[in-house]
Design a protein around this ligand. Structure first.
Ligand SMILES: *Cc1c(COP(=O)(O)O)cnc(C)c1O
Length: 388
């Protein structure tokens, strides 16, 4: 089956199934064995070799969704990120990294790269000039994340591959926020797609996993390092992730729709100063998002008016939970200033556009009328509190 020939819902539901030859069940059986035969077999299988039947099957689904030849499943998003970076970088190499990336990936680079003699530079912004100015003789990788957290700024993927390809630089994207349903970076020439499958791929806030997609050659290079680093995922969780991914298109479309509605509603609200959602015409990256995304995700952020206590607003919410992670079917909200960006100084946060009144909203699949009602009552509660 070729990627273009079958629909994305069919890929999610069927591609890479493990056939139940014994009982003819309708779903993939789960093979939990951690020990397999080694004589007269096609392949020596072992969970940490990333090649058990369930792992192999799910890799096919990930690869096809990302319009790529091959894929690998990892024990977490960070296992994927760290393994992939170490597979392509060695002592004396340099990597250009987009200004705002996931905090864990940032920490990995800043804390671990110096130990391995790997050099890195963060860009000042998101433009072509920002990236080109950081490229050096020894640059081997350009690493981006789009949409970025929490302001949902977009990096031009076609531009990234255009500047990297002629220089022989490998391009990597953390595609977690978009999911392969909203964005397939391989179509724009990006080499390697990374995912925290903990987010939209699993979608129910009950799995921690990672995924990678790319060419067969690149995935083999990653596998050679992956088996040494050992970041594979338990087959039980692989099986659960396959189950989750069957409904990924349905979920992501519902998230997209709800987030757009909520973004529009928040944009008109008198107590909201600004809304950051790439599906809004007022967003600085709207045109770019339209060019390279099929949907604008369930993630948005908004800024309350400076005289409204953001913490008190969040505490007053009843349906929308305050929670660290994102992309579950339930709506969650957090304050970047108090969580992901807490270690930065107030000045540095302001420089990145992260005020104390900025809230990141992971819009779930509930009825938007209920989400709006919850926000309305929270705004009223805060107003009443602030008046007395
Ligand atoms: C959560 C997340 C990660 C890290 O994934 P884990 O599964 O927590 O290791 C990486 N990138 C982005 C954008 C994320 O949101």
């Amino acid at each position: 089956m070729k990627a273009k020939k079958i629909g994305v819902n069919t890929i999610c539901t069927h591609v890479g199934e493990v056939e139940d030859t014994q009982f003819k069940g309708a779903i993939s059986p789960l093979f939990m064995a951690s020990s397999y035969a080694y004589e007269d077999v096609d392949m020596k299988r072992y969970p940490r070799y990333f090649n058990t039947p369930n792992q192999e099957a799910l890799c096919k689904k990930v690869a096809m969704l990302e319009h790529s030849q091959a894929g690998l499943i990892f024990g977490s998003g960070m296992a994927a990120v760290s393994t992939v970076l170490l597979a392509f970088l060695k002592k004396g190499d340099h990597v250009v990294v987009q200004k705002t990336i996931y905090g864990g990936a940032y920490n990995f680079m800043v804390e671990e790269f110096p130990k391995y003699g790997i050099e890195f530079s963060f860009t000042e912004g998101f433009s072509e000039a920002d990236f080109i100015s950081k490229i050096k003789e020894n640059t081997k990788v350009v690493y981006v994340e789009t949409p970025s957290n929490p302001l949902m700024l977009i990096t031009d993927l076609e531009m990234i591959s255009r500047i990297a390809k002629p220089r022989g630089i490998i391009t990597m994207i953390d595609n977690t926020f978009a999911s392969p349903i909203n964005q397939t970076p391989a179509d724009f020439g990006i080499d390697i797609m990374l995912h925290s499958a903990t987010k939209y791929m699993s979608g129910h806030s009950d799995i921690c996993a990672g995924a990678v997609a790319g060419s067969e050659e690149h995935i083999e290079r990653i596998w050679n390092v992956a088996k040494n680093l050992g970041g594979s995922l338990s087959d039980y969780t692989v099986w659960l992730l396959e189950r989750s991914m069957k409904t990924m298109v349905l979920r992501v479309k519902a998230h997209n729709k709800n987030a757009k509605k909520m973004a529009k509603w928040l944009n008109k609200h008198p107590m909201v100063a600004d809304v950051f959602y790439p599906g809004l015409k007022s967003h600085p990256s709207y045109e770019l998002a339209k060019k390279q995304m099929k949907g604008y995700t369930g993630m948005l952020s908004f800024e309350l008016l400076p005289d409204i206590d953001a913490n008190s607003f969040m505490k007053s919410l009843k349906l929308i939970k305050q929670s660290m992670s994102l992309a579950g079917v339930e709506s969650t909200i957090l304050s970047p200033a108090r969580t992901s960006h807490v270690l930065l100084s107030t000045k540095e946060r302001a420089h990145q556009g992260i005020t104390d009144g900025l809230l990141r909203f992971s819009v779930g699949i509930e009825e938007t009328s209920d989400l709006i009602a919850d926000m309305e009552q929270a705004f009223e509660t805060v107003l009443k509190k602030q008046l007395v």
